[in-house]
Design a protein around this ligand. Structure first.
Ligand SMILES: Cc1cc2nc3c(=O)[nH]c(=O)nc-3n(C[C@H](O)[C@H](O)[C@H](O)COP(=O)(O)OP(=O)(O)OC[C@H]3O[C@@H](n4cnc5c(N)ncnc54)[C@H](O)[C@@H]3O)c2cc1C
Length: 480
């Protein structure tokens, strides 16, 4: 079972306590969060919860089944492009498509945008350039860089992050390898940019299924408080991170054995920290708060709701113990926990198989492709050596190309994938899942979707040269 975190994350893992805490019951919420008020073994509680019901723990309660009756669903929108998912792979896609003239709707399950950067409190955008030399080329520009610039204008960025990196001048639009952000500013900026671009939003809505005619996706079915609704679209962009819509449409996908995946982390934000004492400590310092990698768990499948539930139960029950450990550290004398992430951070699930399957070998070689639409330059955080040891593998070049074909699922038409569920193996994914690269992929997916919708083409027939010209017009970096 892989328990590996990124290098900076790994330095945090000493806090993944699972032992007993002395009871501090009877205090205020702040006391609870400061002292760690659970007087019981949190690991044991998580295990007992599952052991009570072994069938459920195995996710195997579906011996019986029911048939859902057919029903009529209202069509609530007809658009050129529907983007499902408002994370790094989704927001730039919606912006790019709308700015290219498409009528766009973005569907998001939460009430806010940002994906991992907000919901998972993973508030440092990595991969705008190589983390160490050669890092002269800023490999991600265009709409992603514009989003960071808007966040920066509102004072929502921080370079006080634990990743070593060359200094750059954000005021002049130069982006460092990693930019820390205030998740609240991210939520505002991304919402404002989408509204300004004329993107219609459907929040609180779960993308439940693909709308299909044969092998062609013709939109999406969502479930929300209003019930079940259909959105018709010429092109659907699956930016759910997990490829939910593509998988439902019958696209083939690769998913690594959960025992081999990198572990998940529940991120925590502490306020009222002493910034001077904490400078250089693993985490993301922003204003007077520090976001840290909290309790983690390995061997879990992010497409299995039983595993998702088990992960939340086990890690959340460890929060008081984790907090108690933190508060013994210099710099936390007056600190308190202000929030845990809305959900635990899931690193890797489905990779939808596309017209090209990008591999670890390709990215290590820095391969160039004629149909480049984005560039990745992030290290491979959990690179496995032949002897089984893991290490942070730094690329020795200025970036590798992500070909358009990785966004185009095999066999299924009317659909593009974006963000971390594109067609690549687990090694390539460890690098390309960095949020800067996911945003560049999103930018490309949106531009391609607009071209396909405008010319009534299926995405696989979009002329790549035209797509690249549109991306260059929207200031993307393609090194052409
Ligand atoms: C613990 C951890 C640490 C990480 N550290 C870093 C880091 O330091 N720096 C970095 O750059 N990257 C980091 N990453 C990776 C990065 O956060 C992700 O790879 C990236 O956010 C993926 O972007 P995405 O848009 O594909 O998916 P997501 O960020 O997951 O966004 C998907 C969006 O779709 C929505 N959604 C999902 N399913 C549905 C559905 N069916 N219907 C409607 N909406 C849906 C979600 O709510 C979300 O808003 C980390 C990830 C994890 C888990």
């Amino acid at each position: 079972m892989s328990q590996l975190h990124d290098a900076a994350e790994r330095r945090q893992s000493g806090y993944e306590e699972s032992g007993s805490q002395q009871s501090g019951a009877g205090g205020s919420r702040r006391d609870f969060l400061r002292r760690g008020a659970l007087g019981i073994s949190v690991a044991a509680v998580g295990a007992a919860h599952l052991a009570d019901n072994p069938a459920r723990a195995a996710g195997d309660s579906a011996a019986a089944s029911v048939t859902e009756p057919a029903r009529k669903i209202p069509v609530v929108a007809e658009v050129d492009v529907v983007v499902v998912g408002g994370g790094p792979g989704g927001v730039p896609a919606a912006l790019a498509a709308a700015r290219a003239g498409a009528k766009v709707m973005l569907v998001e399950r939460y009430a806010f945008l940002g994906g991992h950067a907000t919901a998972d409190l993973m508030n440092c955008y990595n991969g705008f350039r190589n983390q160490r030399p050669p890092n002269e080329t800023q490999t991600v520009k265009g709409i992603p860089a514009e989003i960071i610039a808007e966040i920066h204008k509102l004072g929502g960025t921080s370079l006080d992050v634990s990743y070593a990196q060359a200094k750059k001048n954000l005021d002049q639009g130069e982006l460092t390898y990693c930019v820390g952000v205030d998740p609240e500013v991210v939520k505002y900026v991304q919402l404002k940019m989408l509204v300004d671009a004329g993107v219609e939003l459907l929040l609180h809505s779960w993308g439940a299924a693909a709308l299909r005619e044969g092998n062609r996706v013709t939109g999406v079915i969502v479930q929300n408080k209003s019930g079940r609704q259909a959105i018709r679209a010429k092109v659907t962009v699956d930016a759910t991170g997990d490829g939910d819509i593509a998988a439902d449409a019958g696209a083939d996908f690769f998913q690594a054995d959960k025992a081999k995946l990198l572990s998940w982390s529940l991120m925590l934000r502490f306020a009222n920290v002493d910034k001077e004492k904490l400078r250089g400590m693993p985490g993301i310092l922003i204003n007077d708060s520090l976001v840290v990698w909290g309790p983690g768990i390995g061997g879990v499948d992010g497409t299995d709701v039983r595993d998702l539930t088990r992960a939340e139960v086990q890690t959340r029950l460890q929060i008081p113990a984790h907090v108690a450990g933190r508060l013994k550290q210099p710099g936390f004398e007056n600190a308190f926990l202000v929030e845990s992430a809305t959900n635990i951070g899931v690193r890797e699930t489905r990779h939808i198989l596309g017209e090209y399957f990008l591999t670890g070998k390709d990215i290590i070689a820095g391969k160039h492709f004629e149909d480049v639409v984005a560039i990745g330059s992030n290290p491979i955080p959990g690179y496995r050596e032949p002897d089984g040891r893991r290490r942070r593998f730094f690329l020795e070049h200025e970036g590798y190309d992500v070909p358009y074909r990785c966004l185009v699922p095999k066999k299924i038409d009317g659909l593009l994938v974006s963000g971390r569920c594109i067609s690549h193996d687990s090694v390539a994914a460890q690098s390309a899942r960095a949020m800067a690269c996911c945003m560049a992929i999103g930018h490309a997916a949106g531009a391609a979707a607009a071209l396909a919708a405008g010319d009534d083409l299926v995405p696989r027939k979009v002329p790549v040269k035209e797509l690249q010209q549109l991306l260059l017009k929207q200031k993307a970096e393609l090194r052409l």
